[in-house]
Write a protein that binds this ligand. Structure first.
Ligand SMILES: NC(=O)c1ccc[n+]([C@@H]2O[C@H](COP(=O)([O-])OP(=O)(O)OC[C@H]3O[C@@H](n4cnc5c(N)ncnc54)[C@H](O)[C@@H]3O)[C@@H](O)[C@H]2O)c1
Length: 312
């Protein structure tokens, strides 16, 4: 269990989730170190009270420097695109699998006590129904990204106990919130809002009836903090909302809120994307005391306003 006033390393801490996690730990009185190669993240997102190391998690020497004096690692650095991983699978595995192994290597003989690994719902087999799935559900990823995340989870669970570190694996579901980098691949809410603000219709891949579990970045931050504070060593936990929302529902609500005259357009489904993936969060509730606060429909107004305020 890691108390306050500790030194925490957040890899990928200049990215979307990482910048929220780092800032929250800083405000809680921790010493925060961020290791990020800035391939996606931005240094400007980080408060000057956060120590920043620019570097690649695959470089073990850099990783060793970053874990020096650290009590816990939140390992978020990754290539974060299911769709991109279908083409760039070597690069995906290099960052997501070798990068994780390199961090574990660096943690050997360090003072690190807990290693929190950011996994994903992409590790699961596709689910025929939009019913919540527990951590015991079949892990049969359908994308190279999911394969890499599952392999890394298994490395983390296997290696950490051998090197005297408690692992906690958190499987994040579709995360949304302020500061998500706009790319064509990740963050359907951010993508749809930006298109609508540009006066363009949202593009839906497939029939739009695929169901997702949208979770606020604030709830993800809380889960990361709980994973350090609670007696959760050795656990693998779903971190979602437990609520199913279809891509059609989301697109229609956003059209209504931003440009009621626009309607979604449809293109063929993309490989590697799950039909249904909803989290059963019973275990995270029990182990962490995790209780998501943000329901996506209540957060859209705020997200739209935030995106409007940050566009040039
Ligand atoms: N956003 C989601 O919906 C979601 C869902 C499930 C899991 N996750 C996981 O959460 C974590 C954070 O995702 P995010 O949405 O904040 O993505 P992000 O792309 O905003 O953040 C990832 C960060 O890692 C950094 N990075 C990439 N490769 C690196 C390397 N080789 N060395 C050092 N830094 C590197 C990037 O510069 C970026 O700042 C990832 O592990 C991702 O797989 C995210």
């Amino acid at each position: 269990m890691i108390g306050p006033h500790k030194r925490i390393l957040v890899t990928g801490g200049a990215g979307f989730i990482g910048s929220h996690v780092s800032e929250s730990f800083r405000l809680d009185g921790c010493e925060v170190v961020v290791l990020d190669d800035l391939s996606m993240g931005s240094r400007e997102t980080l408060h000057k009270g956060i120590e920043f190391i620019e570097g690649d998690v695959r470089d073990v020497e850099t990783a060793r420097k970053a874990v020096k004096g650290v009590d816990a690692v939140i390992h978020l650095a990754a290539r974060v695109s299911v769709r991109n991983s279908c083409d760039a699978f070597t690069d995906d595995a290099s960052v997501n699998v070798i990068g994780t192994l390199s961090m574990l290597d660096a943690c050997k003989d360090s003072g690190v006590k807990r290693f929190v690994y950011a996994s994903s719902m992409a590790v699961y087999a596709d689910s025929p129904e939009p019913t919540p799935i527990a951590e015991t559900y079949a892990c049969k990823p359908i994308s190279p990204y999911g394969v890499g995340k599952l392999a890394s989870e298994q490395y983390v669970r296997t290696i950490c106990p051998e090197i005297g570190i408690e692992p906690v694996v958190l499987r994040f579901f579709n995360t949304y919130g302020p500061g998500q980098t706009l790319t064509p691949y990740v963050g359907v809410i951010t993508i749809f809002v930006n298109r609508l603000l540009d006066g363009l219709p949202p593009i839906i891949f497939g029939d739009g009836e695929q169901k997702r579990d949208f979770i606020s970045v604030d709830d993800i931050v809380t889960a990361c903090a709980l994973a350090l504070e609670s007696d959760s060593g050795g656990e693998t936990l779903n971190i979602g909302s437990g609520v199913a929302v279809s891509v059609n529902q989301l697109a229609n609500v956003l059209c209504e809120m931003i440009k009621p005259d626009l309607k979604p357009q449809y293109e063929s489904a993309k490989p590697g994307e799950l039909r249904n993936c909803i989290a059963d969060i019973t275990r995270a509730k029990r182990v962490l005391g995790y209780a998501p606060l943000g329901m996506v429909e209540d957060m859209l107004e705020e997200i739209i306003e935030h995106i409007k305020s940050t566009r040039n």
